[in-house]
Design a protein around this ligand. Structure first.
Ligand code: CA
Length: 229
């Protein structure tokens, strides 16, 4: 049985698709490819890849729609979007659709591979400290990747789990955006700190009773964030 990690690549531009496929295969990953959105959704469902790399501009349905479709039945698979757009609203739209991260074209293949490696490195890590804890009326389960409030259970994405794990390992202590990007996203240099801020806004909606007046994931001005139990 193959133990290779499988990556689904959904991209319609042949030179990017083939270039990335070759680079990822060279790195030891097994790569599935689709050039249309619908085909990508089908493959994600039938072959259950370990990670999805998804272009936004596709010939049939766009990447946001593909992302939403995949998220309907798989809350957890890490999804990285490839975007030619660098506008903040497009990135937020991608995160809202359920993407975990995005890379702006033209991107460096090495950087993308580094991000994918970071995902798998952390996915393979042996769990340490408590995998469950409560924040007010929200019960967080990092292993199950869920947040439960009353009768509502919401899935947490891969990066949301990693962010909560990091903040919880340092309760009450400010964690800088750079440290968050390095430890959660596996990035050496921050492409944009707004990535973290956009992510926190989304996570607060799942966890905080009043997302606009957070009582658990607190902003530390000029630094980053800290967790209050
Ligand atoms: Ca495209």
């Amino acid at each position: 049985m193959s133990t290779k990690q499988r990556i689904l690549l959904i991209e319609d531009e042949p030179h990017i698709l083939l270039g990335l496929r070759d680079a990822l295969e060279f790195e030891g990953f097994s790569v599935l490819t689709a050039q249309k959105g619908h085909d990508g959704v089908q493959l994600a469902r039938s072959d259950k890849p370990d990670c999805v790399i998804l272009d936004i501009m596709l010939p049939d349905i766009n990447g946001y729609r593909v992302c939403e479709d995949i998220r309907r039945w798989d809350a957890h698979v890490p999804i990285i979007m490839l975007t030619a757009r660098s506008q903040e609203t497009d990135k937020i739209r991608g995160l809202d659709a359920g993407a975990d991260d995005y890379v702006t074209k033209p991107f460096s293949v090495n950087e993308l591979v580094a991000r994918i490696r970071a995902i798998f490195r952390r996915a393979a890590r042996t769990p340490g400290a408590p995998e469950t804890f409560t924040l007010g009326d929200a019960a967080i389960n990092l292993s199950a990747q869920t947040v439960t409030r009353g009768k509502s259970v919401e899935p947490l994405s891969f990066y949301e789990v990693e962010l909560l794990r990091l903040l919880h390992s340092k309760v009450g202590v400010p964690v800088s955006r750079d440290e968050i990007l390095a430890k959660v996203w596996g990035l050496e240099a921050a492409p944009t700190n707004r990535t973290v801020d956009n992510f926190v806004v989304k996570l607060r909606k799942k966890i905080e009773p009043l997302p606009d007046k957070p009582s658990h994931i607190l902003t530390v001005y000029g630094t980053g964030y800290k967790l209050a139990l």
